[in-house]
Design a binder for this molecule. Structure first.
Ligand SMILES: N[C@@H](CCC(=O)N[C@@H](CS)C(=O)NCC(=O)O)C(=O)O
Length: 205
C-alpha cells in the first residue's frame, strides 16, 4: 500500500490527495506535526510534506509526486498525452510554484518581520489580486484550467486559490490567512468561483 506523509491543512499535501483520489488510489496516511518532523525526516531525509512512499521508492515534493503517479498509473490521466500540451502544463506548474507563489510567500516573510513594510505588502497584494483575472480567463469556455477535465494544473493550483472562497475556521496558518485576505473575489470572477466549488466537490485521498 502507498504511504503518504501529511500534515493537517497542508496545501501541498492537498495537491497529492486530489490526484490520488482522481486515480482511485488509496493510501495509508502518516500525519506529522510541524513541531515534530522526525517521522518524515527519517523516511525522506528532509522535513517537508508531502512525501509519498511506494515500497522502496520515496518521493518528496508535491509536483514530483503528481508526475510519479502519472508515470505509474496513467489512467485516468492528469497530464495531456500530446507533447506540446504537456509542455504547456509543465510551464504552468513551474510558473505557479516559482512565480505565482512568490507573492504570498513575500507577504508572509514581511508580516513575520518586526517592522513590516506596508507598501511592499500592498504591492504584493495587488499583484496577487491581479492574478485572479488570469485564472478567470484560463477558465473561459472550459471547466478546468487546462481543458474540460481535471489536470495536474487544477491539483496544483486549487489548494491555494480555494482560499479566495473557503477557509476552515480551525485553520490558523498565517500563509493561509494571507491567501484568504488577498484573493477575495468580491462578487466577481464567476468562472473562478464556480471552478473552486467544482474542484472542492471532488474526493481527496
Ligand atoms: N516543494 C514542496 C514544498 C513542501 C512544503 O513546503 N510543505 C509544507 C506544507 S504545505 C511544509 O512541510 N511546511 C513545513 C515548513 O515549512 O516548516 C512541495 O511542493 O511539496
Amino acid at each position: 500500500m502507498l504511504r503518504l506523509y501529511r500534515a493537517p491543512f497542508s496545501t501541498n499535501v492537498e495537491r497529492v490527495a486530489l490526484a490520488l483520489a482522481h486515480k482511485g488510489l488509496e493510501v495509508e496516511s502518516m500525519f506529522i506535526s510541524y513541531e515534530d518532523r522526525s517521522l518524515v525526516e527519517e523516511v525522506s531525509g528532509q522535513g517537508l510534506v508531502p512525501v509519498l512512499v511506494d515500497d522502496d521508492v520515496v518521493v518528496p515534493d508535491s509536483v514530483a509526486i503528481l508526475r510519479y503517479l502519472e508515470e505509474k498509473w496513467p489512467d485516468p490521466p492528469l497530464f495531456p498525452a500530446e507533447t506540446a500540451r504537456r509542455a504547456e502544463l509543465d510551464v504552468f506548474l513551474d510558473w505557479f510554484n516559482q512565480v505565482w507563489k512568490v507573492r504570498p510567500n513575500a507577504i508572509e516573510a514581511e508580516l513575520e518581520r518586526q517592522d513590516p513594510d506596508d507598501a511592499r505588502v500592498k504591492e504584493m497584494s495587488a499583484r496577487m489580486h491581479d492574478s485572479l483575472d488570469l485564472f478567470e480567463r484560463l477558465l473561459d469556455v472550459r471547466d478546468h484550467l487546462f481543458g474540460q477535465d481535471l489536470s495536474a494544473a487544477d491539483c496544483a493550483a486549487f489548494p491555494f486559490l480555494k482560499y479566495a472562497k473557503l477557509r476552515d475556521p480551525e485553520d490558523d496558518e498565517l500563509f493561509h490567512r494571507i491567501l484568504h485576505d488577498h484573493l477575495q473575489l468580491n462578487g466577481g470572477f464567476p468562472r473562478l468561483s464556480a471552478w473552486i466549488d467544482r474542484v472542492n466537490e471532488r474526493p481527496r485521498a
